[in-house]
Write a protein that binds this ligand. Structure first.
Ligand code: GUN
Length: 291
């Protein structure tokens, strides 16, 4: 039987509708709408697409957004000054600095400069620490999108083997933390799973991926995961978004659908959920800071 298609696009549309209703009710009650400041440095084509999609989703939900598009040769000082200004702006409830940054800018210094209260990406060390300790301020967007896809499709994680391929700060590491944690009222995205974090340096990657009840490739290597690397009946949540010959494909070969019980498509899987989670964090930040 072919795998079920886990439709992230449809799920994200539902979430956007829920967020839009909450924003509309704030505004009807005389409160200000949530506001997201988006900072883009340079002309990386993929970053431009991501930023455009994030701002479009803000528009659709009534969240205000401002784009600060700086030239590729922007100095670190200029960027840090802009962040200080945005931190102090009461209309800004979220700051997103699109990564990667040009080489002359120290990414860590920039992330550290964002006020943790408006760090809707969950990149600041304070927010990473809070997530690690099990009392998150925000959930990181892509990992939370993956968890929501599992939860909202009633795919259990407790006691099951999850194998994440990829150890990035944006996806692999925080997703492992979330999926291994015990769920609590303050940490409802805890997955209670048995988590392995693999990566492309594993001498026998297939032996690891074949253990997975839930396999989550997040490395940015087109079609790395082939059907022989998937346990029959496993669920595959594909975080990869790769452009090959002008077409998008994931980190999993499309033929894994012949072996898996459920897969996320690329595009239309995790990508739209990442954006929905960003909107959710921005609304949550606004509610906390503004009431
Ligand atoms: N670059 C790739 N993914 C992300 C993300 O989720 N947030 C930001 N700020 N930059 C990224």
């Amino acid at each position: 039987m072919p795998a079920i298609r886990l439709d992230g696009k449809a799920l994200a549309e539902n979430l956007r509708a829920e967020i839009a209703a909450k924003v509309a009710s704030r505004v009807a009650g005389g409160q200000q709408p949530p506001g997201l400041a988006v900072v883009l440095v340079g002309d990386n084509p993929a970053s431009q697409v991501y930023v455009r999609n994030k701002r479009k989703a803000c528009d659709q939900t009534g969240i205000r957004s401002w784009l600060h598009h700086l030239p590729a040769d922007t100095s670190q000082r200029t960027l840090l000054d802009l962040i200080a200004e945005l931190n102090a702006n009461p209309e800004v409830h979220g700051i997103l600095v699109q990564l990667p940054l040009p080489h002359q800018i120290d990414e860590k210094a920039v992330i550290d400069a964002i006020d943790p209260d408006v760090d809707v990406d969950t990149f600041h060390p304070e927010n990473v620490g809070r997530l690690m300790a099990g009392h998150p301020r925000f959930y990181p967007c892509t990992p939370h999108g993956c968890v929501q896809i599992l939860q909202r499709n009633n795919i259990p994680t407790a006691g099951r083997e999850v194998v994440i391929v990829g150890r990035s700060n944006i996806v692999g590491k925080p997703l492992a933390l979330m999926l291994m944690q015990k769920p609590t009222p303050n940490n409802p995205a805890g997955g209670d799973a048995i988590v392995t974090v693999a990566h492309t340096r594993a001498p026998d990657l297939a032996a690891l991926t074949r253990r997975a009840d839930i396999l989550i490739p997040a490395v940015g290597v087109p079609r790395l995961i082939t059907p022989d690397m998937v346990k029959p009946g496993a669920v595959v949540i594909d975080v990869g978004i790769n452009s090959v010959g002008g077409k998008l494909c994931g980190d999993a070969d499309e033929r894994v659908a012949e072996v898996a019980s459920a897969v996320t498509p690329v595009p239309g899987g995790v990508g739209p959920m990442t954006i929905a989670m960003l909107l959710s964090n921005t609304l949550q930040s606004c509610e906390r800071l503004d009431g």
